[in-house]
Design a protein around this ligand. Structure first.
Ligand code: RM4
Ligand code: MN
Ligand code: MN
Length: 439
């Protein structure tokens, strides 16, 4: 039996009643501390209720082992079909109480019968978040190649084909009840001179304008930037400035999506978030974590303080009722080593935790320290929130939502993956990116 199938609960005699009792005590302790602190809006009750409302969408493509370009090591019981991916997404929601929607990637999640997919999702308690297009790969039978770009391609025929794909994704999303289209383009160049730097941006803007004009009036268009890979010299949409220019030229319902891993090392991502919020152009997030590049690691695993600072900007905007504040929270990760579902459960937990801690910030005190120029106390105000053990608050929110105190422990105790390994026999599990098992 692999380490995944046995778990702490299986090997330890602690009963769930013990866990409940420990939780009660931990919760009382933090509630009491917060009561003593007496900061308006940050009682245990306030924070728990806020965390109960927090929701993040699960990406269908990260429910299977991703792999790297050097290899892929899938485990037993991973989903093989869209129906099985939905089933796993529903499990994430069941264990966390915070993942009621799934985000599809077309054509990875191609399907013939949208009504059947929609009703299956409904029966699982799931809705659909943003739809993702894909013009960064050629598909079998595709007429023209995206090797040298899609929206920026010099051949207008390729550009038309890419636009047609986006219109198809919009139709697929309409049929499922989605309300957003998320566009990440691999367009760009790996060598100086390969493409005109200005002209390609203009082409992308023109193509996006056509797509924008086709989205339903209650939809938004998300533009996702990325500094490099697969274009290693000059991507057409490398940074939030380029993304903002595009969103501003398209219109009100075009906004900029921040994938936390899509910045050069040491970029101050919370500052990017603040700028986009100020411009009314923050679409939302692809949450993940990274050390070097677009590493797609578990959110909060490498830079938890950075994640907290991002959430601080978000909670500030939420509590100030910043006009137009409606961020779409999505996960975008690749699981190479961990069980994809355990990684997803850890991720949701980390996001709930960062959100809870951001709620603990004493905003009035922070503002007054900023006014008086008290640098030390301003910084300590943030640190005080960040260093509070908010785990019992998050566990309590999950409990009240009918989910697990500890999602990973519950996942192991329930034997979810082992059961799926018995059910899901035969058929290939392919990584969404199509990395073959023997690469
Ligand atoms: C990209 C980007 C997109 C995702 C693809 C799979 O790096 O993060 O959001 O759809 O990867
Ligand atoms: Mn992304
Ligand atoms: Mn990425």
């Amino acid at each position: 039996m692999s380490a995944i199938l046995s778990g702490p609960a299986a090997s330890s005699p602690r009963s769930s009643r013990d866990a409940e009792r420990d939780h009660e005590r931990d919760y009382q302790a933090v509630a009491e501390r917060l009561e003593r602190r007496a900061v308006p809006g940050t009682s245990a009750e306030d924070v728990v209720e806020a965390v109960r409302r927090f929701a993040v969408a699960v990406p269908s493509w990260a429910l299977v082992t991703g792999g790297t370009r050097f290899g892929r090591f899938p485990g037993p019981g991973e989903p093989r079909t869209l129906a099985e991916r939905l089933e796993d997404a529903a499990a994430v929601h069941r264990f966390t109480g915070a993942a009621p929607r799934v985000s599809l990637h077309i054509p990875w999640d191609a399907h013939d019968d949208a009504a059947a997919v929609r009703s299956l999702a409904e029966s699982l308690g799931l809705g659909f978040d943003a739809m993702n297009s894909n013009t960064f790969q050629d598909q079998p039978g595709q007429r023209l190649s995206y090797k040298l770009g899609s929206f920026s391609h010099p051949d207008p025929g390729v550009r038309r084909q890419a636009i047609a794909h986006h219109l198809h994704v919009i139709e697929a999303g309409r049929a499922l009840g989605s309300q957003a289209l998320s566009v990440w383009l691999a367009d760009g160049s790996s060598y100086p001179g390969q493409i005109p730097l200005r002209g390609t941006f203009d082409r992308v803007r023109e193509c996006l304008a056509e797509v924008y004009s086709a989205i339903p009036s209650d939809w938004r268009l998300f533009i996702e930037h990325k500094p490099y890979e697969p274009a290693f010299y000059a991507p057409v949409v490398p940074d939030w400035g380029s993304s903002l220019l595009l969103a501003q030229s398209l219109g009100d319902r075009a906004q900029c999506l921040v994938d936390l891993g899509h910045h050069l090392p040491n970029t101050n991502v919370e500052l990017v978030v603040a700028r986009l919020l100020g411009a009314g152009k923050l679409a939302g997030f692809h949450f993940n974590d990274s050390k070097y590049g677009d590493d797609d690691l578990t959110a909060g695993s490498i830079k938890p303080y950075g994640l907290f600072l991002v959430f601080h900007e978000l909670v500030l905007a939420e509590r100030e009722h910043l006009p137009g504040f409606r961020p779409a929270y999505l996960i975008d990760q690749s699981h190479n080593l961990k069980d994809p579902l355990e990684d997803m459960l850890q991720t949701v937990d980390q996001l709930q935790l960062a959100y809870a801690k951001a709620w603990l910030v004493d905003h009035a005190a922070l503002a007054s320290y900023q006014e008086s120029g008290d640098v030390t106390m301003a910084e300590r105000t943030l640190k005080d929130a960040f260093e509070t053990d908010a785990r019992p608050l998050v566990a309590e929110a999950r409990r009240r939502n009918g989910a697990a105190l500890d999602p990973v422990a519950m996942f192991r105790t329930a034997g979810y993956r082992a059961a799926k390994a018995r059910e899901r026999v035969g058929g290939a599990t392919r990584s969404s990116l199509g990395v073959p098992d023997d690469a």
